[in-house]
Each structure stands twice: as structure tokens, then as C-alpha cells.
Ligand binder design. Structure first.
Ligand SMILES: [Zn+2]
Ligand SMILES: [Zn+2]
Length: 225
């Protein structure tokens, strides 16, 4: 089969006529191939998403995480899905699916992605490349990076903990209230790059956000020296 799936925004409804704007580019070459020599009506199936449903970014992020686990462990994608979906069911008593006809919400998939993230950090799964972290998981992702000293860009372990949004400057590490700062875990290379290109350029290049820590976490990470 040559079915094509697109995500689109509904722009206008006028009786039976609906105007859609595709989020991705239409693969016109492929459509031509599918319909060449075909005389019948060209049909599409319309599936209108419940706004409470999860986003395609969330799905892409969750699958990107699982894909990195697959690359590193060789565990087939299907069985990874089974494991995490089972965990989700165990915690919530609900089923989960990331298919288009799924009835799962933004919060459901946010929890699922957090479960996969826990596995990634506990098992030190390297990131293939930086993630487009779904907005719902951003805080948790950068927090886990800091707490496990995992570079939030490349996944390298033993990362430095950088005072991210506001530099420590000349103030003494011991006498500063570190709870007023935000932190990011960066490997040597990415840490150096941050100080070379500066905070704002670094942020727009890598979409890193700094996270706040409480007194216990600061002590655990030995940030206060
Ligand atoms: Zn790095
Ligand atoms: Zn630094």
C-alpha cells in the first residue's frame, strides 16, 4: 500500500469544504506515482484530532528516545514499546498507543516519555544526537541530565555542572546561595563552546535550559565546593 499520512491544521470550514494546511511538505512526486494511470476519485481519509490528544512532537520525541535505546542495546523496537507501554499500564491502569487513532492525552504521553527518559539515564544510553525534547518533558530532561552529570547535548557522562543563566563570576563558591542559580550539565567540549560563543548564542543553537536545584541537590552534586 502507498497510503500517505500528513498532519495538517484546519484553516477553514465552509459547508462540506475543508481547507487544510499541511505541517510538512507534500510529497507530490510520490502522489503522482501512486495516481499515475488511475482514473477514479482521489480519496483521503480525514481524522480530526481531539485538542487534548498528544502532539506529533511528543510522539517523535518518545520514538527518538526508544530508537537510541535500540541502537545501543539492540533490543527490538517492538519489544521496547511493549516494555514501556506495560510500565505505563502498570502505573495508570490505562492502555497507551501512539497511533493516530489513539485516545491518549498530552499528559499520558508526557508520562510515557518520562518513563523512557528514566531508563535512558539509569542505563547511561548515549544520545545519538541532541534531542528535540518535547516541551512537556523539557524540565525533567534537563533536570535528569544535571543530577546524573550527563551532557544535555551529546549524552556524554561525567559532565561539568555549569552555572547556566547567570555566571558565578568572581564570587566565592562557598559563600554563594546556589539555589538562586540555574544549572546545566555540559561535557568539556560543550562547556567550552558555551563560554566561547556566549549564553544567548549557545541557547539558540542547542535549546538548552538551566534548571534550579534545591539545597539537598546542590549538596549531593557538591556544587558548593
Ligand atoms: Zn557534550
Ligand atoms: Zn561554565
Amino acid at each position: 500500500m502507498n497510503n500517505l499520512n500528513y498532519l495538517a491544521a484546519i484553516k477553514k470550514i465552509d459547508g462540506n469544504q475543508i481547507t487544510l494546511e499541511l505541517k510538512d511538505e507534500l510529497n507530490i512526486e510520490r502522489l503522482k506515482r501512486v495516481f499515475s494511470d488511475y482514473e477514479g476519485e482521489r480519496q483521503a481519509e480525514l481524522f480530526i484530532k481531539d485538542p487534548r490528544g498528544f502532539t506529533s512532537e511528543q510522539r517523535a520525541f518518545t520514538f527518538a528516545l526508544m530508537n537510541d535505546i535500540y541502537s545501543y542495546t539492540g533490543q527490538p523496537f517492538k519489544s521496547l514499546k511493549d516494555i514501556f507501554y506495560w510500565q505505563f499500564r502498570f502505573l495508570t491502569g490505562k492502555d497507551i498507543s501512539l497511533k493516530n487513532n489513539s485516545t491518549n492525552t498530552v499528559d499520558d504521553v508526557s508520562l510515557l516519555a518520562d518513563l523512557v527518559l528514566d531508563f535512558i539515564f539509569e542505563n547511561h544510553i548515549p544520545f545519538k544526537e541532541g534531542y528535540e525534547v518535547a516541551p512537556q518533558n523539557v524540565e525533567y530532561f534537563f533536570y535528569k541530565c544535571v543530577m546524573t552529570r550527563t551532557c544535555c547535548i551529546c549524552g556524554k557522562r561525567g559532565a561539568d555542572i555549569d552555572h547556566f543563566d547567570k555566571a558565578l563570576g568572581r564570587r566565592k563558591r562557598k559563600s554563594v546561595d546556589h539555589t538562586e542559580f540555574t544549572f546545566a550539565a555540559l561535557c568539556r567540549t560543550h562547556h567550552q563552546e558555551k563560554h566561547q560563543i556566549g549564553l544567548s548564542e549557545f541557547k539558540s543553537k542547542y535549546k538548552v535550559i538551566g534548571v534550579k536545584l534545591n539545597q539537598d541537590e546542590i549538596k549531593k552534586l557538591r556544587i558548593g565546593g
